[in-house]
Structures are given as C-alpha cells and as structure tokens.
Design a protein around this ligand. Structure first.
Ligand SMILES: Nc1ncnc2c1ncn2[C@@H]1O[C@H](COP(=O)(O)OP(=O)(O)O)[C@@H](O)[C@H]1O
Ligand SMILES: [Mg+2]
Length: 332
C-alpha cells in the first residue's frame, strides 16, 4: 500500500487463560488497512479473526503489539481518550439480535449511540436518526418500532445505522452476512459498498464466504491458528494463491472448483489447538507438501516461516510457497 494506512497494527498478541492453559488466539499478527480500503480476512473457525477485530478496537487486552489509527498510537490510551479514539472504529456482528435491545425502539437505540458520543442533542437527535436510517436504506418512520418487527436483513441495517451514529472511519464487519439468506446478504454487501463510496469508510471484512470476500475486498489476509499465512491483492490471492493452506481453503469453497479438485486438495483433520501450537510452521501437520510428505523438509517442523514479500506485495509465510497449484480458474 502506498497511501499512509488508516489503521496499522503490529505484532499483536492476545492470550486467553482457560483453566490452567494459555490460548494463543493471536500470535504476532501485523495488519494495515488503507483509507476506504476493504480488507478481507479469511480462515477456519477458531483461527483468531474475531479476536483480531476486537484487538484492533482495543476491546481485548493485548499481551504485546501496537495499534494506530490515523497515525495515532492508541495502544496505551485509557479512559476518555480511549473512548474518543474508539469512536473512530465500530464493529458489526453476525447476529444483530445480540446487539439490539428488544425492549428499545430502534430509533432510540440509534439516537443513544449518537448522543453517547456527543454528536447531537435534543431534537437534533431525531434528525440525525432519520438521516442514519435513510443512509442504510430504511424509512425514517421505522424509528418507533421495536427490533422484533424487522427481518434479519433490516436488523443488520439498523445495527449498521447505530454503528454509523458515532461517525466511524473504520468498521470491523465480523461475519456480518453469515446469518442472512444469500440475496439478503448480497444487499448488505451492496450497502457496505455504497457506504464506503458515500462516507469513505474502510472495513475489515471478516467472512467465511469467499465469494463475498472476492467481490468486496481490495486485499485479503489469510489466517491460520493465530497467525497470518498469506496476504495480497484479492485478484492475486484468488488467481495465484501461494500458501498450501490458502489453496486448500479455495479448493474447499463451495462452487469454486469441480468436485475432483475439491477432493484432491481437501485437508485432513482440524486445526491443532492454539493452546499448544506445533513448533515451526503451524501448518506442517496438515500440509500436503510438508515434512509428512517429504521427510527432507524438516525445516518446516523447526523454523517458523516469516511473512515475506514474494514480489508486488504478495506476502506469504511458507518455506515452500507456490508448490501446490490449483488448476486455472479459467477452466473450472
Ligand atoms: N473470551 C475467550 N476466552 C477464551 N478463549 C477464547 C476467547 N475468545 C476466543 N477464544 C479462543 O481464541 C481462539 C480464536 O478465537 P476467535 O478469534 O473467536 O476465532 P474465529 O473468529 O476465527 O473463529 C479460539 O481458540 C477460541 O476458542
Ligand atoms: Mg469469529
């Protein structure tokens, strides 16, 4: 990225204590998001995507690392200054139910968010709420209704309106279309694009829906077990994935490749536990070109691969990148 990043995080480490164990949910993650960029994040369940989003918003304690927004380091902020910094960033979730109070009219929920951040007072709030509802494609007169009067897609629009009430510059959309029907999810994707155009918003778009990621994102980050294994432009990622894990992820996605291809590249087993990740490359126990398939490749078991630029900003953390190749998508 040539433009100065809107958001930049380095060496993020987040550790959860569970019983007597430490879960290394993020284990040294770097990421940057340019102004108005849509940055996709993909990877199997449990790889740390939600934790990454929460870490960027400073909603979870960091063991190490830094987060900066607009060039301002917010890692050490507390109290009022942290709240002010946080207002530049918002998160929307898979289930808008969980973030909307069923006993509060939606207009009031949106208005309280606007007021809590000192955006507007009194009668102005009503105007502001009407504008926010219009922005997400709803009529202003729905403000008096309660959440259960709305469909899933409408509720997601309301959750987005409430997130926008604080005028953020950066939004983490965490599986924001996962619980919606395909066509409704597509409308939300359209809305996110339109809001980017109108407001210059940047997004971290976390999704297991690879076609939505492909359609929306400028760049994609692929995560595996708390680390970044690949990051590049969306076009390059889908045309020329270099990490064997990314190849497996693309091959497994529904509808991308014929069944023979899917079967050939399928991964055995589940990801290992982040409580006790394997040494060296975290992917080696499942890797189709790793030491289990070629015993001379003991390096994978002992040396953690760095995320390096193969050229043109195509970053990969693998000792043997580009060995597993998918068939040309043109012939799929
Ligand atoms: N609050 C928590 N307490 C303990 N473990 C957690 C907590 N949140 C996440 N984890 C663990 O951290 C890892 C990453 O989780 P998460 O970020 O939710 O992954 P993803 O969003 O990619 O599915 C998982 O092993 C998960 O069980
Ligand atoms: Mg998650």
């Amino acid at each position: 990225m040539t433009a100065a990043p809107l958001l930049k995080a380095e060496d993020l480490r987040v550790v959860f204590r569970v019983d007597d164990h430490e879960v290394r949910a993020l284990d040294g993650v770097d990421i940057d998001v340019a102004p108005a960029e849509i940055h996709g994040v993909v990877g199997e369940s449990g790889c740390g995507k939600t934790t990454l989003g929460r870490a960027l918003l400073r909603l979870v304690p960091l063991r190490s690392g830094t987060v900066a927004i607009g060039g301002v380091d917010i890692t050490a902020l507390r109290g009022r200054s942290l709240r002010r910094a946080r207002a530049q960033m918002q998160m929307i979730f898979q289930s808008p139910w969980s973030s909307l109070n069923p006993r509060m009219p939606v207009g009031r929920a949106i208005g309280e968010a606007a007021r809590a951040h000192g955006r507007s007072r009194g009668r102005d709030v009503e105007v502001e709420v009407a504008e926010l509802l219009e922005l997400v494609g709803l009529d202003a007169d729905v403000a008096a209704r309660y959440p259960d009067a709305f469909s899933g897609g409408q509720r997601q629009r309301i959750a987005i309106a409430r997130a926008l009430a604080v005028r953020p510059r950066f939004i983490v959309a965490d599986e924001a279309i996962a619980s919606l029907d395909v066509s409704v999810g597509e409308q939300i994707v359209e809305l996110l694009l339109e809001l980017r155009e109108r407001l210059g918003l940047a997004y971290l778009f976390i999704s297991h829906d690879l076609s939505a990621v492909e359609r929306l994102s400028e760049r994609v980050t692929v995560m595996y077990l708390g680390t970044v294994v690949e990051r590049t432009s969306t076009e390059t990622l889908f045309r020329d994935p270099a990490h064997p894990y990314t190849v497996a992820l693309l091959a497994a996605a529904p509808g991308r490749y014929p069944r023979e291809v899917r079967r050939r590249y399928v991964l055995e087993g589940d990801p290992p536990s982040p409580i006790d990740p394997p040494p060296g490359c975290r992917f080696w126990p499942r890797c189709p070109v790793g030491p289990l398939h070629d015993p001379t490749r003991s390096v994978c078991r002992s040396v953690t691969p760095e995320l390096v630029d193969l050229g043109g900003g195509h970053h990969v953390a693998c000792h043997f990148p580009r060995e597993v190749r998918l068939p040309d998508p043109a012939v799929r």
